[in-house]
Design a protein around this ligand. Structure first.
Ligand code: NAP
Length: 251
């Protein structure tokens, strides 16, 4: 495997879309730091897989919604790689299907803390390292939004949809804020993707149930989303910033 000399941090990289980004990113020559929060087995199996294929990867446990954990995560990347060229703000959660009149403050706080504040904290630390204003060499940030941001997810999880709406606005604003500092900021909006996130929200059959509503009549794979993320991360996308790319089979 030929390394490209660059390194990236993927939050929530132990499973699902993040794991595909880590795996395909390593195959494209990136050194990869894989953050996760609970599933040690999944993260360490992925690191082993990448390292045995000749790549360079390590795992860092931590909750993106906790500032202390985010600082430790970036310190570990500094120590291990000595540079940061890419951040993929991928860690995100859904919750049980519910209407607004059933949503507790604990649920709302968790959703916004992980999906929104987590992405802000990680972007802040990445900009401190990448921005030419801070002596960095530039870099690329890709945020994971969702088509829920534009569909609203009524009767399912409007809180999740709104958290992804915040990610879209954040992507636009931050891209313009750091546009002259060598940092590009883009987002990918996946549709129905076949990962374990649906089961984590109590809907293990959601992919099968929703596929018929997708114009392409099928769910997407984590790898299909990861390829869009990797393009936005790469120099191939050198004039693309503030873009929000639907990766949703037309949904
Ligand atoms: P997933 O299969 O549930 O995997 C989530 C990953 O995030 C896991 O590695 C998990 O760690 C990690 N994670 C969860 N909470 C975290 C936290 N607080 N701090 C750090 N890591 C955390 O999810 P996915 O389907 O791949 O989704 C990835 C992203 O795409 C999310 O932002 C999601 O909203 C977005 N998205 C997904 C879909 C879809 O249909 N799948 C559609 C639109 C958007 P552990 O492994 O340790 O549990």
């Amino acid at each position: 495997m030929t390394m490209n000399g660059k390194s990236m941090l993927v939050t929530g990289g132990g499973r699902g879309i993040g794991a595909s980004v880590a795996r395909l990113g390593a195959a494209a020559g990136w050194r990869v730091a894989i953050n996760y929060t609970a599933n040690d087995k999944a993260a360490s199996a992925l690191v082993d897989e990448i390292v045995s294929a000749g790549g360079d990867a390590f795992a860092i446990k931590g909750d993106v919604g906790e500032e202390r954990d985010v600082l430790a995560m970036f310190a570990a990347v500094d120590e291990r790689f000595g540079r940061l060229d890419g951040l993929v703000n991928n860690a995100g959660v859904v919750d049980r299907k519910a209407r607004i009149d059933e949503m507790s403050v604990d649920r709302l706080t968790r959703m916004m803390r992980i999906n929104v504040i987590g992405s802000f904290l990680c972007a802040r630390e990445a900009v401190k390292r990448m921005s030419t204003k801070h002596g960095g060499k530039g870099g690329s940030i890709v945020n994971l939004s969702s088509v829920a941001a534009v569909l609203g997810a009524p009767g399912e999880y409007v809180d999740y949809a709104a958290s992804k709406g915040a990610i879209d606005t954040f992507t636009l604003g931050l891209s313009r804020e750091v546009a002259t500092e060598g940092v590009r900021v883009n987002a990918v909006r996946p549709g129905i993707i076949d990962t374990e996130i649906h089961a984590s929200g109590g809907q293990p059959d959601r992919v099968a149930a929703m596929s018929g509503f997708v114009p392409m009549q099928r769910a997407g794979t984590a790898d299909e989303v990861a390829r869009a993320v990797l393009w936005l991360l790469s120099d191939e996308a050198s004039y693309t910033t503030g873009a929000i790319l639907n990766t949703s089979g037309g949904r």
